[in-house]
Design a protein around this ligand. Sequence first.
Ligand code: R5P
Length: 326
Amino acid sequence: MTRARVEDGELSPYRQMAIFTGNSHRGLAEQVARHLEMHLGEVEVFEFPNEEVFVRYLDNIRERDVFIIQPIVSPVNTRLMELFVMIDAAKRASAGRITAVIPYYAYGRSDKKDQPRVPVTARLVANFIEVAGADRVLTMDMHAGQIQGFFNIPLDELTAFPLIAEHFRSLHLAAPTVVAPDVGRAKLARDLAGRIDADIAIVDKRRVGNSSTAEALTLIGEVGGRDCLIVDDEILTGGTVASAVQLLRARGARSVRVACVHPVMAPKAFQVLDMPEIDEVVYTDTLPVVHGSFKNVPVTVLSVASLIGDAMHRIHTGGSVGALFR
Ligand code: R5P
C-alpha cells in the first residue's frame, strides 16, 4: 500500500498527525491508518457501570493534528456521546486541531421541520460537535447536502458513489437503468447514470406516517427488459428498497441490483431484502454490519478506507480534497 500523495499544499502548520477511534468501527479506522502508514493512537474509551462515557488519551497529543474516526452507529446515542467526549478530552489535552471524521452521520433524516412540533436533530448534533470543540468535520454522503450548512466550522463531504459507479461499470451490463427509490434520490440517480452511461427511472415512494413502512406507488421511466440498479444513501429496514424491487420486477425488469453507501441495516433488513428478485446488494464499509447477514443474496462490500485516508492526508497538508474527485 502506498502513502497518499498530494500535488499541492505539502506544508502543514501542525507538527504531526494523530489518528484515534472510539468504539464504533475499529476495523475501518485501522485500515485508514494502514493506508497512511500510521498506527492508531492509544486512547481509552469506555463506560462506567452507570453508563457514563469516559475517555483518556494515552499518547501526548499537544499541538498534534488530531483525527477522531467515529461513524455514528448502533448504539447510536452511546457512540455520539463517545465522539463528544473524545473531542472534549482532545481539546483539553491541547490538541492543535481536531477533525471529527464521521463516515456515517446519523440523525441526518431529521433535517427539517416537516410537521408540527418535531425537532431538527441533524442540526442539534452539529451544534453538539462544535460545542465539544471540533475544528473541522470530514464526512461522507450525508442524507441531505444542506446538513453541511448546520455547521459553522469547515466540513468536507466525501462521496462513495464514484466507487459504486466503478463497480457497476465493471459488470458490463447490457441495458443498465439507474433507479431512484424515491424522488429525493433523483439527482443522485441522474449523476450515477451519467457516470456509467445508463438511463434513469424514479420510484414515487410514500411513507406511512412516521413508521418505517414505505410504499412504492408509481414509476417514472422504462424498466422492462432492463438491468436495474437501485441507489440510495442508506438502508435501514430495507422497506424502501424492497417495495422498489417489487415494482421493478412487476414492470418486467430483467435484473435488479441494489446499492447504498451506508448499510445501517436493522436486523429486520436481512429478512426483508433476502428476496430472490435481488441479484446483488452492494454497500460500503462506512459502518460495520453487525445485526445479521443475507442467506441468499450476494453481497459486495466496497471499502472507503483509502478515500478517507487520502482526504485526511490532504486536510493535514493543506491539499485539495475536491481534487480527489476530479
Ligand atoms: C430516505 O429518504 C433515505 O434515502 C432511505 O431511502 C431510507 O432511509 C431507507 O430506509 P428504509 O430502509 O428503512 O426504508
